[in-house]
Design a protein around this ligand. Structure first.
Ligand code: ATP
Ligand code: MG
Length: 371
């Protein structure tokens, strides 16, 4: 039941309105002047007020302004005598919902009251909606903040994992190095050294992953450049003696699954060129390239201008050759090793990004491959 406050100095009008409104199921409260009306307003907190404009003492406009100060959402309908157009405009400006001219037509008043109450109901709903929307937004923001924080934490963790894997692999490589110093058997010593170099190549992948922007993809240009430079130094073929020329497409990036076998493959081929192509301090050049061929393949080529690979070694070398063949097969690639004023080794494989089925990961090197 809506509560209505009537403020009018004429008793007859108050009584008549009260009677008619009560018949229409409104709860009514009456006051004969502004101050009493305002006191009653604060006491009963009505849904709306009917206020006479012309009253002795505090006039209706003042009462209206005070009501609006007390409660913005309470609608006020003004009751006016004849010819008070200016006061009516003042009242509307001061926030009155409507005005009804005296003598009051009850039907007209009733429509106005209903409209005012409807507006009030709608405003209330709008307010509730806005509040719930604001609440939802705050909630969503909190969730977003939480997600961002957990994502950042995961990234740090992942970075830490790659860092540790790299460190642990380097520790293993270091241990092999230490052990190999006490080995007198040349073949065993060589096996230790080769294994260390292969572990280094894998550690390198993790090193590149932990510094990569998304922590999931290795930039191959970066990888090949660093790997080649490291191998050049570790085999004592500084730039003066053996120059490296690299042409690696910047956008070639792979995940861990592909990067490890590829890294090992690159390691074997580049190592062979550095190690075998320029014996007795010969000078020369090694060109390394990894570029797309335009039809969904990537072509990795290592070409040196050294002594050339003995023909009998092309098919049956040692662990290196076997590894190269096995990894090339696993990547679904085709391998060419040929003499061409030096040695040219080339592997063409499908760009993994274009594959329907990802390449099977190299889980382990078969034990029969380890010398
Ligand atoms: N670029 C090259 N230039 C000249 N000779 C090469 C080249 N690549 C390979 N060879 C020859 O082929 C042989 C077989 O290579 P392979 O990689 O199988 O064995 P490796 O390098 O001697 O030992 P590892 O098993 O440690 O790799 C080498 O010993 C070398 O004689
Ligand atoms: Mg080799």
């Amino acid at each position: 039941m809506a509560k209505l406050l009537i403020i009018d100095d004429e008793e007859l009008i108050r009584r008549r309105l009260e009677k008619l409104l009560q018949l229409d199921d409104y709860e009514t409260f009456c006051a004969e002047d502004g101050p009493k009306g305002l006191a009653l307003f604060q006491q009963v907190n009505p849904d709306m007020a009917l206020v006479d404009i012309k009253m002795p003492g505090m006039d209706g406009i003042e009462v209206l302004k005070k009501i609006k100060e007390l409660s913005k959402s309470t609608e006020v309908i003004m009751m006016t005598g004849h010819g008070g157009t200016e006061t009516v405009i003042d009242a509307l400006r001061a926030g009155a919902f409507d005005y009804i001219a005296k003598p009051i037509e009850y039907d007209e008043l009733e429509i106005s009251i209903k409209r005012a109450l409807e507006k009030q109901g709608m405003m209330k709903k709008l307010e509730e909606y806005t509040v719930s929307l604001e609440k939802e937004l705050t909630e969503r923001k909190k969730v977003e903040e939480r997600l961002a924080a957990s994502l950042a934490a995961r990234e740090i963790l992942l970075q830490e994992v790659h860092h540790r894997v790299k460190n642990n692999l380097q520790i293993i490589a270091g241990l092999l190095n230490m052990e190999s110093r006490h080995i007198t058997d040349e073949a065993a010593k060589k096996a230790f050294e080769n294994t260390r170099s292969r572990i280094d190549a894998i550690a390198f992948v993790h090193n590149k992953l932990h510094t990569s922007t998304d922590l999931a993809h290795v930039n191959m240009a970066d990888y090949v450049k660093s790997l080649a430079a490291q191998l050049q130094t570790s085999y004592g073929k500084e730039e003066r003696k053996v120059t490296l020329k690299l042409e690696v497409s910047e956008e070639v990036e792979f995940n861990l699954e592909i990067s490890v076998p590829l890294g090992l493959l690159f390691n074997e081929i580049i190592t062979n060129a550095i190690k075998h192509a320029f014996p007795d301090n010969r000078e020369g050049e090694i060109k390394i390239s990894l570029i797309p061929d335009g039809s969904g393949n990537l072509v990795f080529t290592v070409k040196d201008n050294g002594v050339g690979i003995p023909p009998e070694k092309v098919k049956s070398g040692s662990t290196g050759t076997k590894l190269i063949n096995m990894l090339a097969r696993q990547l679904g690639g085709t391998l060419i090793v040929e003499n061409d004023s030096g040695t040219r080794t080339q592997i063409t494989f499908k760009d993994p990004k274009m594959r329907v089925n990802p390449v099977a990961p190299v889980a382990a090197i078969p034990t029969n491959m380890i010398k």
